[in-house]
Design a protein around this ligand. Structure first.
Ligand code: TYM
Length: 331
Protein backbone atom coordinates (compact mmCIF):
# COMPACT_ATOMS: atom_id res chain seq x y z
CA UNK A 1 0.00 0.00 0.00
CA UNK A 2 1.17 3.54 -0.65
CA UNK A 3 2.57 5.04 2.45
CA UNK A 4 3.03 8.76 2.95
CA UNK A 5 6.02 8.35 5.27
CA UNK A 6 8.12 6.01 3.13
CA UNK A 7 10.03 7.50 0.24
CA UNK A 8 9.47 6.25 -3.30
CA UNK A 9 11.57 3.64 -5.08
CA UNK A 10 11.42 2.81 -8.80
CA UNK A 11 12.81 0.04 -10.97
CA UNK A 12 11.94 -1.93 -14.08
CA UNK A 13 12.97 -4.96 -16.06
CA UNK A 14 12.53 -5.69 -19.78
CA UNK A 15 10.49 -8.71 -20.90
CA UNK A 16 13.10 -9.66 -23.49
CA UNK A 17 14.45 -13.20 -23.80
CA UNK A 18 14.70 -15.29 -20.68
CA UNK A 19 15.82 -13.61 -17.49
CA UNK A 20 19.14 -14.78 -16.07
CA UNK A 21 20.41 -15.20 -12.53
CA UNK A 22 22.24 -11.90 -13.26
CA UNK A 23 18.87 -10.13 -13.37
CA UNK A 24 17.78 -12.03 -10.28
CA UNK A 25 20.87 -11.27 -8.19
CA UNK A 26 21.50 -7.76 -9.54
CA UNK A 27 17.90 -6.56 -9.38
CA UNK A 28 14.92 -8.73 -8.49
CA UNK A 29 16.25 -10.11 -5.22
CA UNK A 30 17.02 -6.56 -4.16
CA UNK A 31 13.49 -5.49 -5.15
CA UNK A 32 12.02 -8.08 -2.81
CA UNK A 33 14.34 -7.09 0.04
CA UNK A 34 13.47 -3.38 -0.33
CA UNK A 35 9.69 -3.60 -0.56
CA UNK A 36 9.05 -3.02 3.15
CA UNK A 37 11.40 -0.10 3.43
CA UNK A 38 10.12 1.98 0.49
CA UNK A 39 6.96 2.79 -1.40
CA UNK A 40 7.95 0.69 -4.42
CA UNK A 41 6.94 0.96 -8.06
CA UNK A 42 8.08 -1.96 -10.23
CA UNK A 43 7.43 -2.10 -13.97
CA UNK A 44 7.72 -4.62 -16.76
CA UNK A 45 9.29 -2.39 -19.40
CA UNK A 46 7.63 -3.62 -22.61
CA UNK A 47 7.99 -0.22 -24.32
CA UNK A 48 11.75 -0.53 -24.01
CA UNK A 49 11.61 -4.05 -25.41
CA UNK A 50 10.34 -2.96 -28.84
CA UNK A 51 13.51 -0.98 -29.55
CA UNK A 52 14.66 -4.30 -31.01
CA UNK A 53 12.22 -6.32 -33.15
CA UNK A 54 9.91 -8.59 -31.17
CA UNK A 55 7.41 -11.24 -32.15
CA UNK A 56 4.10 -9.72 -30.87
CA UNK A 57 2.61 -12.94 -29.47
CA UNK A 58 5.88 -13.79 -27.75
CA UNK A 59 6.23 -10.29 -26.30
CA UNK A 60 2.71 -10.47 -24.87
CA UNK A 61 3.37 -13.90 -23.40
CA UNK A 62 6.78 -12.89 -21.98
CA UNK A 63 5.30 -9.79 -20.37
CA UNK A 64 2.74 -11.84 -18.45
CA UNK A 65 5.21 -14.54 -17.63
CA UNK A 66 7.59 -11.93 -16.21
CA UNK A 67 4.83 -10.53 -14.00
CA UNK A 68 4.20 -14.09 -12.69
CA UNK A 69 7.91 -14.55 -12.14
CA UNK A 70 8.20 -11.36 -10.11
CA UNK A 71 5.25 -12.44 -7.97
CA UNK A 72 6.80 -15.91 -7.56
CA UNK A 73 10.09 -14.30 -6.47
CA UNK A 74 8.24 -12.60 -3.62
CA UNK A 75 7.13 -9.21 -4.96
CA UNK A 76 3.94 -8.52 -2.99
CA UNK A 77 1.38 -6.78 -5.21
CA UNK A 78 -0.41 -5.38 -2.12
CA UNK A 79 2.73 -3.71 -0.81
CA UNK A 80 4.16 -2.52 -4.13
CA UNK A 81 2.76 -1.15 -7.33
CA UNK A 82 3.55 -3.79 -9.96
CA UNK A 83 2.48 -2.84 -13.48
CA UNK A 84 3.18 -3.03 -17.21
CA UNK A 85 4.78 0.10 -18.67
CA UNK A 86 2.53 0.38 -21.77
CA UNK A 87 -0.57 0.42 -19.52
CA UNK A 88 0.43 3.90 -18.30
CA UNK A 89 0.45 6.43 -21.18
CA UNK A 90 2.29 9.04 -19.07
CA UNK A 91 5.59 7.25 -19.85
CA UNK A 92 5.41 8.16 -23.52
CA UNK A 93 3.98 11.60 -22.78
CA UNK A 94 6.76 12.62 -20.40
CA UNK A 95 9.37 11.06 -22.68
CA UNK A 96 8.36 13.49 -25.43
CA UNK A 97 8.82 16.50 -23.16
CA UNK A 98 12.15 15.24 -21.83
CA UNK A 99 13.38 14.71 -25.39
CA UNK A 100 13.48 18.46 -25.71
CA UNK A 101 15.86 18.59 -22.72
CA UNK A 102 18.23 15.97 -24.10
CA UNK A 103 20.97 16.43 -26.69
CA UNK A 104 21.58 14.15 -29.65
CA UNK A 105 25.32 14.11 -28.93
CA UNK A 106 24.88 12.71 -25.43
CA UNK A 107 22.58 9.95 -26.70
CA UNK A 108 25.06 9.00 -29.43
CA UNK A 109 27.75 8.55 -26.78
CA UNK A 110 25.74 6.04 -24.70
CA UNK A 111 27.56 2.71 -24.40
CA UNK A 112 24.42 0.59 -24.72
CA UNK A 113 23.31 2.50 -27.83
CA UNK A 114 26.70 1.89 -29.43
CA UNK A 115 26.64 -1.82 -28.47
CA UNK A 116 23.10 -2.38 -29.66
CA UNK A 117 23.71 -0.45 -32.89
CA UNK A 118 26.56 -2.82 -33.65
CA UNK A 119 24.43 -5.84 -32.78
CA UNK A 120 21.36 -4.67 -34.74
CA UNK A 121 23.06 -2.77 -37.56
CA UNK A 122 20.04 -3.30 -39.83
CA UNK A 123 17.67 -1.61 -37.37
CA UNK A 124 19.25 1.43 -35.70
CA UNK A 125 15.87 3.03 -35.02
CA UNK A 126 15.13 6.27 -33.17
CA UNK A 127 13.71 4.28 -30.23
CA UNK A 128 17.06 2.60 -29.69
CA UNK A 129 18.70 5.99 -29.45
CA UNK A 130 15.91 7.46 -27.32
CA UNK A 131 15.91 4.53 -24.89
CA UNK A 132 17.66 6.45 -22.06
CA UNK A 133 15.13 9.30 -22.28
CA UNK A 134 12.22 6.87 -21.95
CA UNK A 135 14.02 5.35 -18.98
CA UNK A 136 14.46 8.83 -17.48
CA UNK A 137 10.71 9.40 -17.97
CA UNK A 138 9.92 6.06 -16.26
CA UNK A 139 11.94 7.03 -13.24
CA UNK A 140 11.14 10.74 -12.94
CA UNK A 141 7.36 10.22 -13.16
CA UNK A 142 7.47 8.43 -9.80
CA UNK A 143 9.68 10.92 -7.92
CA UNK A 144 11.81 8.13 -6.44
CA UNK A 145 14.75 8.77 -4.14
CA UNK A 146 16.26 5.41 -4.99
CA UNK A 147 16.51 3.22 -8.08
CA UNK A 148 17.94 -0.28 -7.48
CA UNK A 149 19.81 -1.43 -10.61
CA UNK A 150 22.79 -3.47 -11.75
CA UNK A 151 26.05 -1.75 -12.72
CA UNK A 152 25.23 -1.90 -16.45
CA UNK A 153 22.46 0.68 -15.94
CA UNK A 154 24.66 3.31 -14.24
CA UNK A 155 25.09 5.44 -17.35
CA UNK A 156 21.33 5.50 -17.94
CA UNK A 157 20.67 6.56 -14.37
CA UNK A 158 23.25 9.33 -14.66
CA UNK A 159 21.49 10.77 -17.70
CA UNK A 160 18.14 10.61 -15.86
CA UNK A 161 19.72 12.64 -13.05
CA UNK A 162 21.15 15.15 -15.54
CA UNK A 163 17.81 15.58 -17.29
CA UNK A 164 16.02 16.05 -13.93
CA UNK A 165 18.49 18.73 -12.84
CA UNK A 166 18.32 20.45 -16.22
CA UNK A 167 14.52 20.65 -16.03
CA UNK A 168 14.53 21.73 -12.37
CA UNK A 169 17.00 24.51 -13.18
CA UNK A 170 15.08 25.69 -16.23
CA UNK A 171 11.78 25.95 -14.31
CA UNK A 172 11.57 25.28 -10.58
CA UNK A 173 12.08 22.07 -8.55
CA UNK A 174 9.82 19.52 -10.25
CA UNK A 175 11.62 16.18 -10.18
CA UNK A 176 13.32 14.37 -7.32
CA UNK A 177 16.90 13.68 -8.43
CA UNK A 178 17.19 9.88 -7.98
CA UNK A 179 20.10 7.85 -6.62
CA UNK A 180 21.13 4.43 -7.95
CA UNK A 181 21.45 1.67 -5.36
CA UNK A 182 23.50 -1.43 -6.09
CA UNK A 183 23.86 -4.79 -4.38
CA UNK A 184 27.04 -5.01 -2.30
CA UNK A 185 27.78 -8.33 -3.98
CA UNK A 186 26.30 -9.18 -7.33
CA UNK A 187 25.89 -5.78 -9.00
CA UNK A 188 27.61 -7.43 -11.97
CA UNK A 189 27.23 -11.17 -12.39
CA UNK A 190 29.53 -12.41 -15.14
CA UNK A 191 29.17 -14.89 -17.98
CA UNK A 192 30.18 -18.42 -16.90
CA UNK A 193 32.12 -19.07 -20.15
CA UNK A 194 33.75 -15.64 -20.29
CA UNK A 195 33.93 -13.94 -16.87
CA UNK A 196 35.17 -10.70 -18.46
CA UNK A 197 31.61 -10.11 -19.78
CA UNK A 198 28.36 -9.55 -17.89
CA UNK A 199 25.89 -12.43 -17.88
CA UNK A 200 23.30 -11.38 -20.42
CA UNK A 201 19.82 -12.41 -21.53
CA UNK A 202 20.93 -12.05 -25.13
CA UNK A 203 24.40 -13.65 -25.02
CA UNK A 204 25.28 -15.62 -28.13
CA UNK A 205 26.72 -18.51 -26.13
CA UNK A 206 23.84 -19.76 -23.95
CA UNK A 207 26.22 -21.91 -21.89
CA UNK A 208 27.51 -18.78 -20.16
CA UNK A 209 24.09 -17.72 -18.83
CA UNK A 210 21.88 -19.48 -16.29
CA UNK A 211 18.31 -18.68 -17.22
CA UNK A 212 15.67 -18.60 -14.50
CA UNK A 213 13.77 -21.15 -16.62
CA UNK A 214 16.66 -23.69 -16.86
CA UNK A 215 16.03 -27.22 -15.58
CA UNK A 216 18.24 -28.86 -12.94
CA UNK A 217 20.32 -30.90 -15.41
CA UNK A 218 20.98 -27.86 -17.54
CA UNK A 219 21.98 -25.78 -14.51
CA UNK A 220 24.42 -28.46 -13.29
CA UNK A 221 25.83 -28.95 -16.80
CA UNK A 222 26.47 -25.21 -17.29
CA UNK A 223 28.19 -24.87 -13.90
CA UNK A 224 30.30 -27.96 -14.61
CA UNK A 225 31.58 -26.18 -17.76
CA UNK A 226 32.12 -22.82 -16.05
CA UNK A 227 35.54 -21.28 -16.67
CA UNK A 228 37.81 -21.17 -13.58
CA UNK A 229 41.62 -20.96 -13.56
CA UNK A 230 44.65 -23.18 -13.12
CA UNK A 231 45.59 -22.60 -9.49
CA UNK A 232 42.92 -24.80 -7.90
CA UNK A 233 42.09 -22.60 -4.92
CA UNK A 234 38.57 -21.38 -4.12
CA UNK A 235 39.38 -17.80 -3.17
CA UNK A 236 37.59 -14.46 -3.80
CA UNK A 237 39.86 -12.29 -5.93
CA UNK A 238 37.87 -10.72 -8.80
CA UNK A 239 40.94 -9.27 -10.48
CA UNK A 240 43.09 -12.38 -10.66
CA UNK A 241 40.41 -15.07 -10.32
CA UNK A 242 37.32 -13.65 -12.06
CA UNK A 243 35.68 -17.02 -12.81
CA UNK A 244 36.00 -18.43 -9.28
CA UNK A 245 35.02 -15.09 -7.70
CA UNK A 246 31.88 -14.93 -9.86
CA UNK A 247 30.94 -18.48 -8.77
CA UNK A 248 31.55 -17.56 -5.10
CA UNK A 249 29.27 -14.52 -5.48
CA UNK A 250 26.53 -16.62 -7.08
CA UNK A 251 26.86 -19.30 -4.40
CA UNK A 252 26.78 -16.80 -1.54
CA UNK A 253 23.53 -15.23 -2.80
CA UNK A 254 21.75 -18.52 -3.43
CA UNK A 255 23.01 -20.22 -0.25
CA UNK A 256 22.24 -17.13 1.87
CA UNK A 257 25.84 -16.82 3.10
CA UNK A 258 28.50 -14.13 2.94
CA UNK A 259 31.34 -14.52 0.42
CA UNK A 260 33.76 -15.00 3.36
CA UNK A 261 31.64 -17.83 4.77
CA UNK A 262 31.53 -19.45 1.33
CA UNK A 263 35.31 -19.12 0.95
CA UNK A 264 35.84 -20.86 4.30
CA UNK A 265 33.38 -23.61 3.41
CA UNK A 266 35.27 -24.43 0.20
CA UNK A 267 38.82 -24.11 1.54
CA UNK A 268 40.79 -27.11 0.23
CA UNK A 269 37.87 -28.32 -1.92
CA UNK A 270 38.53 -29.10 -5.62
CA UNK A 271 36.92 -27.04 -8.41
CA UNK A 272 34.76 -29.99 -9.57
CA UNK A 273 33.10 -30.37 -6.18
CA UNK A 274 32.84 -26.59 -5.74
CA UNK A 275 31.08 -26.09 -9.09
CA UNK A 276 28.65 -28.92 -8.29
CA UNK A 277 27.78 -27.24 -4.95
CA UNK A 278 27.15 -23.90 -6.70
CA UNK A 279 24.90 -25.63 -9.25
CA UNK A 280 22.97 -27.46 -6.51
CA UNK A 281 22.41 -24.24 -4.53
CA UNK A 282 21.09 -22.45 -7.62
CA UNK A 283 18.84 -25.36 -8.67
CA UNK A 284 17.46 -25.70 -5.11
CA UNK A 285 16.16 -22.15 -5.42
CA UNK A 286 15.15 -22.03 -9.10
CA UNK A 287 13.18 -25.28 -9.41
CA UNK A 288 10.55 -24.36 -6.72
CA UNK A 289 10.47 -20.82 -8.13
CA UNK A 290 9.53 -22.20 -11.56
CA UNK A 291 6.74 -24.30 -10.04
CA UNK A 292 5.36 -21.24 -8.26
CA UNK A 293 5.57 -19.16 -11.44
CA UNK A 294 3.63 -21.81 -13.37
CA UNK A 295 0.92 -21.83 -10.67
CA UNK A 296 0.56 -18.04 -10.79
CA UNK A 297 0.61 -17.98 -14.62
CA UNK A 298 -2.30 -20.42 -14.71
CA UNK A 299 -4.47 -18.11 -12.59
CA UNK A 300 -5.41 -15.60 -15.29
CA UNK A 301 -8.08 -13.85 -13.21
CA UNK A 302 -5.63 -13.17 -10.40
CA UNK A 303 -2.99 -11.87 -12.83
CA UNK A 304 -5.46 -9.58 -14.58
CA UNK A 305 -6.52 -8.19 -11.20
CA UNK A 306 -2.92 -7.49 -10.17
CA UNK A 307 -2.21 -5.70 -13.46
CA UNK A 308 -5.40 -3.66 -13.43
CA UNK A 309 -4.89 -2.37 -9.92
CA UNK A 310 -1.15 -1.88 -10.56
CA UNK A 311 -1.85 0.26 -13.63
CA UNK A 312 -4.43 2.35 -11.78
CA UNK A 313 -2.09 3.04 -8.88
CA UNK A 314 0.88 3.76 -11.14
CA UNK A 315 -1.23 6.07 -13.27
CA UNK A 316 -2.36 8.12 -10.27
CA UNK A 317 1.21 8.90 -9.22
CA UNK A 318 2.53 9.32 -12.78
CA UNK A 319 -0.26 11.70 -13.82
CA UNK A 320 0.41 13.97 -10.84
CA UNK A 321 3.97 14.50 -12.06
CA UNK A 322 2.92 14.81 -15.69
CA UNK A 323 0.36 17.56 -14.97
CA UNK A 324 2.95 19.48 -12.98
CA UNK A 325 5.33 19.26 -15.95
CA UNK A 326 2.62 20.23 -18.46
CA UNK A 327 1.73 23.28 -16.38
CA UNK A 328 5.33 24.41 -16.12
CA UNK A 329 6.09 24.14 -19.83
CA UNK A 330 2.93 25.99 -20.82
CA UNK A 331 0.61 23.21 -22.04
P1 TYM B 1 17.31 -5.24 -17.94
O1 TYM B 1 15.94 -5.75 -18.25
O2 TYM B 1 18.39 -5.49 -18.93
O3 TYM B 1 17.79 -5.82 -16.56
C1 TYM B 1 17.02 -5.70 -15.37
C2 TYM B 1 17.94 -5.45 -14.19
O4 TYM B 1 18.89 -6.51 -14.07
C3 TYM B 1 20.20 -5.94 -13.94
N1 TYM B 1 21.18 -6.88 -14.55
C4 TYM B 1 22.25 -7.38 -13.91
N2 TYM B 1 22.72 -7.21 -12.66
C5 TYM B 1 23.85 -7.88 -12.32
N3 TYM B 1 24.52 -8.71 -13.16
C6 TYM B 1 24.08 -8.91 -14.43
N4 TYM B 1 24.74 -9.76 -15.22
C7 TYM B 1 22.89 -8.23 -14.85
N5 TYM B 1 22.19 -8.20 -16.02
C8 TYM B 1 21.14 -7.37 -15.82
C9 TYM B 1 20.12 -4.63 -14.70
O5 TYM B 1 21.12 -3.73 -14.30
C10 TYM B 1 18.74 -4.14 -14.33
O6 TYM B 1 18.76 -3.46 -13.09
N6 TYM B 1 16.86 -0.39 -19.02
C11 TYM B 1 16.59 -1.40 -18.01
C12 TYM B 1 15.11 -1.54 -17.67
C13 TYM B 1 14.49 -0.27 -17.25
C14 TYM B 1 14.69 0.41 -16.01
C15 TYM B 1 13.85 1.57 -16.06
C16 TYM B 1 15.46 0.13 -14.88
C17 TYM B 1 13.60 0.46 -17.99
N7 TYM B 1 13.23 1.55 -17.26
C18 TYM B 1 13.80 2.45 -14.99
C19 TYM B 1 15.40 1.05 -13.81
C20 TYM B 1 14.59 2.18 -13.87
C21 TYM B 1 17.06 -2.73 -18.55
O7 TYM B 1 17.16 -2.95 -19.72
O8 TYM B 1 17.24 -3.68 -17.59
Amino acid sequence: MENAVKSNLYSAVQPTNNLTIGNYIGAIKNWVDLQDKYNCFYAVANMHAITVRQNPAELRQRTLSLVSLLLACGIDADKCTLYVQSHVPAHAQLCWVLNTFTYVGEMERMTQFKDKSRKHADNINMGLMDYPVLMAADILLFQPEVVPIGKDQTQHLEIARDIAMRFNNAYSPTFTVPNGVYMKTGAKICDLSDPSKKMSKSAENVNGSIFLSDGKDEILRKFRRAVTDSDAEVRYDPENKPGVSNLLTIYSVFAGKTVEEAEKQFAGVGYGEFKLAVGEAVADKLIPLQAEQAKISADKTYLEGVLKSGAERAERTANKTLSKVYRKIGF
